[in-house]
Unconditional design. Structure first.
Length: 502
C-alpha cells in the first residue's frame, strides 16, 4: 500500500527501495502470467503529441487521438483517475472514468505506476476546471518501470547522479532537454552557415599514427592487427589541410576530439569542435566567420544578441573588438613588449608582475609575452574579444607576420574569460613548418608530453604546394554553454566522462 500512496501523491516513498523494486517486479510477473507482458508490445501508432494538443486545442477539441508517453503523476483512484503523461513535447493530463472505459482496462490502469510508459486512445477535451486533457477510451501498458522516479518536488538534484544517470535527468528535469535541443539546433545552424559559404563537410580519421595539430596530451590505444600504438585525435587540423593541398578549397569537420587532460567546468576529455579551412583566405576572414556564426546563432535561436553567462551579461552584437596580444597586455598590465625586443629584459618584465615561465618554455620574448597574457589578461576578457598576433613559440602551425617574424597571424576569441575559438593564417612554407615541428620534438624530449610530433607525411603534402589558407577551430560545447547560460561543460554533453563508482 505504501507504493500505492506514492502513486497517488508522487511524493518520496517511505518504504525501502528494495521493497519498491520487489513490488514492481511482482506486478510485472502478474501481468506476464496473465498473458499481458508489456515488453512484448512493439509499434504503437501515435497521432498527436502533448505539445500539438495544447498548441492546437481549439481545432482538436472533440477529436479522437492516440498519444503515448510516461506517467508522471496520478491523482484520484476511485471511479475517476487523473494522470499527467509526458512525451518529448511536454505533459498532457489524462482523464480516465470507469464508466467510460472497459472495466478490466480501467482496473489494470489503476495499478499502473508512476514511470510506466503507456499508449492512450481517447478524445481531446477540457475538464470542468479548464484543463486541456485526453479523455481515455483505452490505455495500453507499453513498458513497465521497475524503478521509481525521483520525488517530484525536488527531482534529481544531485549533479553527480544527474550526469551519471542522464536518462533519469532528462525525464524529471525538462530544462535539461531544452539545453540539448538547443545544442542540436546550434550544430545544425553551424552546418547551414558553413554550407552557405560554399564549404564542404568532410570526415577525417579518429585514430592516427602521429599525434598532431595541437599541443595536448593524447590518448593512446593499440591496433592489434597492425601491432602498433595509435593516438586518438587531438585535432582534425592536419588531415583537413591535406585536403586543401588536394584542391578541396573550403572544408570543415564537426567531430569529437580527445585529449588526455584534466577535467573541470570547461574541460571534458572528449569534446566537440568544428574545424574549417579556406584556401586564399587569412585569419581576418576567419574572424568574420567566427563572429558571424555566433551572432547569427544568438539572433536565430534566442531572438536576441544579449545573453547571460557565468554571472555576466554578454553582448554578441556584431563588431567585436580586435586587439593584438601585446596591446591587450599593455592595456591590463602597462607593460609594453613591443618597445622591448630583448629576450632577457622581456622575461624580467614578466617576472616583475609575478608571471613565471613554465620549466619547459625557453626564456624568450615570445614566451614572456604569452605568459603575461595567459596569467594576467585572459581572466579580464568578458565581452567577445579577438586577441591576435600570437608569438611564434606558441603557434607552431601559424604563418609568421610579414611585419614582425616574432609573431604569427593567429587569433583566439574569448567570451566571459573562456577561449571559444582559435584560428590562423595557416603556415604553408614546408621548410619553416619542419623547423617548427622539430622544435616541438625537442620540447617533447625535454618532458613536455603535450608538445607535437614530427609529421613527415604532412611535410610531404606541403611540399606539393599549399595555397595561402585561413583556418579555425571553434569549441562547440563552450558555445552551447554560453547560449544556454550553463556553467559546466557537463551540462551540455549528454554523457560526460565520470570517474567510475567503487
Amino acid at each position: 500500500m505504501a507504493e500505492k500512496k506514492n502513486q497517488e501523491t508522487n511524493q518520496a516513498p517511505e518504504q525501502d527501495l528494495s521493497q519498491i523494486l520487489k513490488v514492481r517486479r511482482e506486478k510485472l510477473k502478474t501481468l506476464q502470467e496473465a498473458g499481458k507482458d508489456p515488453f512484448t508490445q512493439t509499434k504503437y501508432e501515435v497521432t498527436a503529441t502533448a505539445g500539438q494538443i495544447k498548441e492546437n486545442f481549439d481545432a482538436m477539441e472533440g477529436q479522437a487521438v492516440s498519444v503515448a508517453g510516461r506517467l508522471m503523476s496520478k491523482r484520484g483512484m476511485g471511479k475517476v483517475s487523473f494522470c499527467d503523461m509526458q512525451d518529448k513535447t511536454g505533459r498532457i493530463q489524462l482523464y480516465a472514468r470507469k464508466d467510460e472505459m472497459d472495466e478490466q482496462v480501467y482496473s489494470e490502469f489503476k495499478k499502473y505506476d508512476i514511470g510506466d510508459i503507456v499508449g492512450v486512445e481517447g478524445e481531446v477535451f477540457r475538464t470542468q476546471r479548464g484543463e486541456m486533457s485526453v479523455r481515455c477510451k483505452n490505455v495500453t501498458l507499453l513498458a513497465k518501470s521497475l524503478r521509481p522516479l525521483p520525488e517530484k518536488f525536488h527531482g534529481l538534484t544531485d549533479k553527480e547522479l544527474r550526469y551519471r544517470q542522464r536518462y533519469v535527468d532528462l525525464i524529471v528535469n525538462p530544462d535539461v532537454r531544452k539545453n540539448f535541443e538547443l545544442r542540436s539546433k546550434f550544430i545544425k545552424h553551424v552546418r547551414d552557415y558553413m554550407d552557405s559559404l560554399g564549404y564542404i563537410e568532410v570526415e577525417t580519421p579518429v585514430l592516427n599514427t602521429i599525434s598532431g595539430g595541437a599541443t595536448a596530451r593524447p590518448f593512446i590505444t593499440h591496433h592489434n592487427a597492425l601491432d602498433i600504438d595509435m593516438y586518438m585525435r587531438i585535432a582534425t587540423e592536419l588531415p583537413l589541410k591535406r585536403l586543401i593541398v588536394g584542391g578541396m578549397e573550403r572544408v570543415y569537420e564537426i567531430g569529437r576530439i580527445f585529449r588526455n587532460e584534466g577535467m573541470d567546468t570547461r574541460h571534458n576529455p572528449e569534446f566537440t569542435t568544428i574545424e574549417l579551412y579556406q584556401a586564399y583566405a587569412d585569419f581576418h576572414d576567419m574572424m568574420d566567420i567566427a563572429e558571424g556564426v555566433l551572432s547569427t546563432a544568438a539572433e536565430k535561436l534566442l531572438g536576441t544578441y544579449q545573453v547571460e553567462w557565468l554571472g555576466e551579461k554578454i553582448d554578441l552584437t556584431p563588431g567585436w573588438p580586435r586587439l593584438t596580444m601585446a596591446e591587450a597586455v599593455k592595456n591590463v598590465t602597462g607593460l609594453d613588449f613591443m618597445a622591448e625586443p630583448d629576450d632577457a629584459k622581456a622575461v624580467a618584465m614578466a617576472k616583475s608582475i609575478g608571471v613565471e615561465l613554465p620549466e619547459t618554455a625557453d626564456p624568450t620574448w615570445g614566451n614572456a609575452l604569452y605568459e603575461c597574457f595567459d596569467q594576467k589578461v585572459e581572466e579580464t576578457l568578458i565581452q567577445p574579444t579577438f586577441i591576435t598576433m600570437y608569438p611564434v613559440e606558441v603557434s607552431p602551425l601559424a604563418k609568421r607576420s610579414p611585419s614582425d617574424p616574432r609573431l604569427t597571424e593567429r587569433f583566439e576569441f574569448f567570451i566571459c574569460r573562456s577561449e571559444l575559438g582559435n584560428a590562423f593564417s595557416e603556415l604553408n612554407d614546408p621548410i619553416d613548418q619542419k623547423e617548427r615541428f622539430q622544435k616541438q620534438v625537442e620540447m617533447r624530449e625535454k618532458g613536455d608530453d603535450e608538445a607535437g610530433m614530427m609529421d613527415e607525411d604532412y611535410i610531404n603534402a606541403m611540399e606539393y604546394g599549399m595555397p595561402p589558407t585561413g583556418g579555425m577551430g571553434i569549441g562547440i560545447d563552450r558555445c552551447v554553454m554560453m547560449l544556454t547560460g550553463t556553467d559546466s561543460i557537463r551540462d551540455v554533453i549528454l554523457f560526460p566522462t565520470m570517474k567510475p563508482l567503487d
